[in-house]
Design a protein around this ligand. Structure first.
Ligand code: NDP
Length: 251
């Protein structure tokens, strides 16, 4: 649906993890608002191709990418810029969970979550900011989680990665501001997706009982905010975290 306030016409936007859930809703929303979108998937090629086929307009592309590998980010980033040209917006959405209580958490599960959710954002930001800094325009939106602010038992790795993402985003907002490049965080609460479908019934009930608006969010409710922050309607907003959680956590 087109909004009179928000247009992404003439903007090329790169989104990580667009094959499912929140990322797929973001990719769809951006294309509905006129953007040309390049998005990635990790392993689910068929899901990514189904998302691609459903986008509005043409010229969109999808790519296989593991964001935790810096060389892959570099080579996929080069392909994206060859295919679409200058990138005006980046959404760091890809994220994983490997939940466990701290005494049972394997070392590799702690590092894999940090590598994917935090180092991956560093690799992607470093690559795309080079040309944005030269062009003196651009917008980053990084997807955090309510647990980055509130903490959550059994998610020390995930919460650390998301809290780190928020500090990272504030820092790049300050670093890039003189070139008119903005960076913001969208922090979802409990949103219906594959990630939350894998929560235990006890975890699901814990969240559902605590949401003042009385329901989980839908991926499109995150996507609309991401589109706003990428658009020129948000031209004076940088370094901020927008919490979208039905009142579950008040910052
Ligand atoms: P999903 O698990 O539904 O989708 C994850 C996406 O990330 C998929 O596109 C997946 O690709 C991709 N991905 C996974 N690992 C990698 C990797 N190593 N490199 C590149 N891409 C990868 O997640 P959600 O839609 O639920 O979550 C999206 C974001 O929102 C995440 O950052 C998450 O932390 C955050 N979030 C989600 C909440 C929720 O309630 N769902 C709540 C708060 C935050 P493939 O399909 O190929 O596997």
């Amino acid at each position: 649906m087109k909004s009179p306030l928000i247009s992404l016409e003439n903007k090329n936007i790169f989104v990580t993890g667009g094959s499912r859930g929140i990322g797929a809703a973001i990719v769809k929303q951006l294309s509905d608002l006129g953007a040309k979108v390049a998005f990635t998937y990790s392993s689910q090629q068929a899901a990514a191709e189904a998302v691609l086929a459903n986008l509005s307009g043409d010229g969109h592309k999808c790519y296989q990418l593991d964001v935790s590998k810096s060389a892959e980010v570099e080579s996929v980033g080069q392909k994206v810029m060859t295919d679409l040209g200058q990138i005006h917006g980046v959404v760091n959405n890809a994220g994983i969970t490997k939940d466990q209580l701290i005494l049972r958490m394997k070392d590799e599960d702690f590092s894999q979550v940090i590598k994917t959710n935090l180092e991956g954002i560093f690799f992607v930001t470093k690559f795309f900011s080079k040309s944005m800094l030269k062009n003196r325009q651009g917008s980053f939106v990084n997807i955090s989680s309510v647990v980055g602010s509130s903490g959550n038992a059994g998610q020390s790795n995930y919460a650390a990665s998301k809290a780190g993402l928020e500090g990272f985003t504030k820092s790049i907002a300050l670093e890039f501001a003189s070139r008119q490049i903005r960076a913001n965080v969208v922090s979802p609460g409990y949103i219906s997706s594959d990630m939350t479908n894998s929560l235990t019934p006890e975890q699901l009930k814990y969240f559902a009982d605590r949401i003042p608006l009385g329901r989980p969010g839908e991926p499109v409710e995150i996507a609309q905010a991401v589109a706003f922050l990428l658009s020129d309607a948000a031209s004076y907003i940088t370094g901020q975290t927008l919490h979208i959680n039905g009142g579950l956590y008040l910052a």
